[in-house]
Design a protein around this ligand. Structure first.
Ligand code: PML
Ligand code: MG
Length: 232
């Protein structure tokens, strides 16, 4: 059975407003493209002046990766979430520069890819970042429920499956959506209260821990390799 990669990108005045990824059958294409168009047009980041929905048949193999285990972190405030992350970084000896970036950068179309040791930005185009693409849950019910969470789980599982990625940090760029996460060693730590409601803050940071010679191959996997996330 053929599968199709569906990608949606929307922007206003050159600034990214929304994006989404699905992998679906031909029968699901009309509903999927319509749902993604509607989403772009009603996104809280603004009405787009550019909207692209593309459909490409997937030729060749699709990589299967395991879903991450989810741990819900009980944080009642933005201050508690900061403290939790600082302690997490100290416990796991992660570079605190990644946290500084997480809480200061916004408006990128893709994620920041940084060297886990030095903090150097490894994205070929730092203003764009690395756009993780071509992934979905194998189980389409999981893909359609709880949109933000399900899509983030699919993206995080794809990213975490690459051996050169040590950790991923995320805060949603939707001002109304204050939940984010850190993905580390097969677990998705779900973090409430990453920012105050209404705050225009949100990005992803990937910590790269691999040979310099493999950065381009890793980015190619993140951006182009079709991946289906298998239920746990
Ligand atoms: C986004 O798509 O803007 C990021 C969503 C992060 C979802 C976090 C969660 O609900 O677990
Ligand atoms: Mg978003």
């Amino acid at each position: 059975m053929s599968l199709y990669s569906v990608k949606m990108r929307a922007s206003a005045g050159g600034r990214h407003t929304s994006g989404a990824e699905r992998i679906v059958t031909v029968a699901q294409l009309p509903a999927t493209t319509q749902a993604l168009t509607n989403r772009a047009l009603s996104h809280p980041n603004g009405v787009p002046d550019f909207l692209n929905v593309s459909v490409t048949e997937i030729i060749g193999d699709i990589v299967q990766v395991p879903a991450l285990e989810v741990v819900e972190v009980a944080s009642q405030s933005v201050a508690e979430t900061h403290t939790y992350l600082q302690q997490f970084f100290a416990d796991h000896k992660l570079n605190p520069l990644a946290l500084e970036l997480l809480f200061s950068v916004t408006g990128l179309r893709g994620a920041m890819l940084i060297d886990a040791r030095t903090g150097a930005n490894l994205s070929p185009d730092p203003d764009r970042g690395v756009r993780v693409s071509a992934m979905d849950h194998a189980d389409s019910a999981a893909a359609e429920s709880k949109q933000y969470f399900a899509e983030a789980m699919a993206l995080a599982a794809k990213v975490a499956a690459h051996p050169n990625i040590l950790a991923e940090l995320c805060i949603s760029d939707d001002p109304a959506y204050t939940t984010g996460y850190i993905a580390f060693e097969g677990t998705y730590y779900r973090l409430r209260n990453c920012k105050a409601p209404g705050e225009k803050l949100g990005t992803r940071v990937f910590l790269y821990d691999g040979p310099a010679a493999e950065v381009a191959e890793t980015i190619d996997y993140l951006e182009n390799t079709p991946v289906l996330v298998m239920p746990r």
